[in-house]
Design a protein around this ligand. Sequence first.
Ligand SMILES: Nc1ncnc2c1ncn2[C@@H]1O[C@H](COP(=O)(O)OP(=O)(O)OP(=O)(O)O)[C@@H](O)[C@H]1O
Ligand SMILES: [Mg+2]
Length: 270
Amino acid sequence: MKAAEKRIVIGVYHLSRSFGKYFALQDINLQVANGEFVFLVGPSGAGKSTLLRLIYMDDFPTTGQVVVGPYVSTRMKRSTIPFLRRRVGIVFQNFRLIDERTVFENVALAMKVTGAGMSEIKRQVTDILARVGLYHKRYDYPPVLSGGEQQRVAIARAVANRPAILLADEPTGNLDPVVTKSILELLFKVNAAGTAVLMATHDIDLVRSFGQRIIYLEEGRIVRDKEMIFVGDLRERLPDSKVSRRADDLEGYDISGEGSGNGVERGPRE
Ligand SMILES: Nc1ncnc2c1ncn2[C@@H]1O[C@H](COP(=O)(O)OP(=O)(O)OP(=O)(O)O)[C@@H](O)[C@H]1O
Ligand SMILES: [Mg+2]
């Protein structure tokens, strides 16, 4: 990807999140470009899940801002959240599959809530299950699947809407090394098709060898970011007016645009 084509799909500016007097995250600044693959690494309790939930806008900052494509946390309305969720897929730390629904239905449900039609759902779910190697398990229920298979269903569900961004929270936790490798390969494949991936893990040894950008989180702060790909030092204190302007610059930028998706034909749905 040429530098000129890089656009910011996630921006986090001076974000803090406190629970009572406890700061789970403090003055977090980061940007992720479209099509980028970033590991978010830190020990248990560092704030990784909290940060992913804030980017998913499942939670909101105590101070600071999250900007995801055209969506700005400080101006978010409940009614616009579904639009954001069409563009951002998430794999939760504990899968969160629906045990009473088949593999096929679990993935299909993610598309149904966005209003996709039945024939499109059928085509897309079939395609995605084939790609994650689980088409033969489509009528099985999650409890009979192995941990790695459940994780692949969770990833299939997260990418069902061909998101511009995939957030993956500890997707290789509790999996053996072989399955871990296959999950990572799957995430790289999703990324190669154009989706920006932000993957949280505590396992520094696992991710160090890949040469991807690594953001290190410790006790709620970014202690190191391997590569700052954008001009300007994000850590410098920006006055609020400037932060707001940066958010304005991003408004109207459609994160479903060029360079996103899974390389599958994308139909207009909004
Ligand atoms: N809703 C909440 N209320 C109170 N404290 C919270 C809440 N959510 C998170 N925390 C606290 O924020 C800190 C960061 O939690 P978080 O789950 O983000 O860590 P993590 O890096 O994902 O850890 P792990 O690797 O164990 O998943 C923890 O100390 C946690 O107790
Ligand atoms: Mg976590």
